[in-house]
Design a protein around this ligand. Structure first.
Ligand SMILES: [Zn+2]
Ligand SMILES: [Zn+2]
Length: 224
């Protein structure tokens, strides 16, 4: 059951963080983002990548991973990087941010696919979603959108990952297709996590706390 609930908890925790840290984008959210990027990248390399290579032809695996990277690049044209913690919403804009919403939903739906009993990806997705939900919520609160719109945005966004997990775990899609989708998601994860790590080193200045957060992410992923 946790594989369905954890991604929803992540959004709930993110919303709470957004309310607690109101207005100022706290240094903790940034550290959590660095940690989540390293953790997701490490889990992808330790857990998901070997799993996919076991079931799929190697060249085909590589091709799907590349397609995933490309797909995430395209999604970010529309979301402006919300999947890795960048949210740009014009304060005066009262129109519902459809492009952001749809691209986030596609991303979240796909990221539910590799979650199943036999791997730890649910933890990676859980940790990755907390800072994203926190940043997204605080930007939505600052925008001029109606409360109902913000609430439905977050509810549907929260439902997408469990929906992806449900489809991949219960429908009769052939294992080859499922593994191909998982390879695609690896590409998505590689792109967002490396972007988080890249953007964490602002101006390539040495930052001890971020380095510690990144090393912790790798270590914990290694030992679970
Ligand atoms: Zn960015
Ligand atoms: Zn994501």
């Amino acid at each position: 059951m946790n594989k369905y609930l954890f991604p929803i908890y992540a959004i709930a925790i993110g919303v709470v963080i957004a309310f607690l840290t109101k207005r100022q984008q706290s240094i903790y959210t940034k550290l959590l983002l660095s940690f989540s990027g390293a953790f997701l990248l490490a889990l992808t390399l330790f857990d998901l990548l070997p799993e996919v290579y076991q079931h799929l032809d190697t060249k085909r695996t590589g091709l799907f991973i590349m397609c995933g990277i490309l797909l995430q690049i395209i999604l970010e044209f529309f979301s402006k990087g919300a999947e890795h913690g960048h949210v740009h919403i014009h304060k005066e804009d009262t129109k519902f941010p459809w492009l952001l919403f749809v691209s986030l939903c596609i991303h979240s739906f796909l990221e539910g696919f590799p979650i199943h009993q036999h791997n730890d990806m649910v933890y990676g997705v859980l940790i990755h979603k907390i800072p994203i939900a926190a940043l997204l919520t605080s930007f939505l609160l600052k925008s001029k959108h109606m409360k109902e719109q913000i609430i439905s945005f977050l509810l549907i966004f929260a439902a997408m990952t469990p929906l992806g997990t449900l489809v991949s775990n219960t429908t009769a899609i052939s294992p080859i297709y499922l593994t191909s989708i998982n390879a695609l998601v690896i590409g998505i994860f590689l792109h967002i996590s490396t972007t988080i790590l890249f953007e964490a080193s602002e101006g390539h200045k040495f930052n001890l706390s971020k380095l510690v957060a990144i090393c912790l992410g790798i270590l914990i992923a290694y030992f679970i």
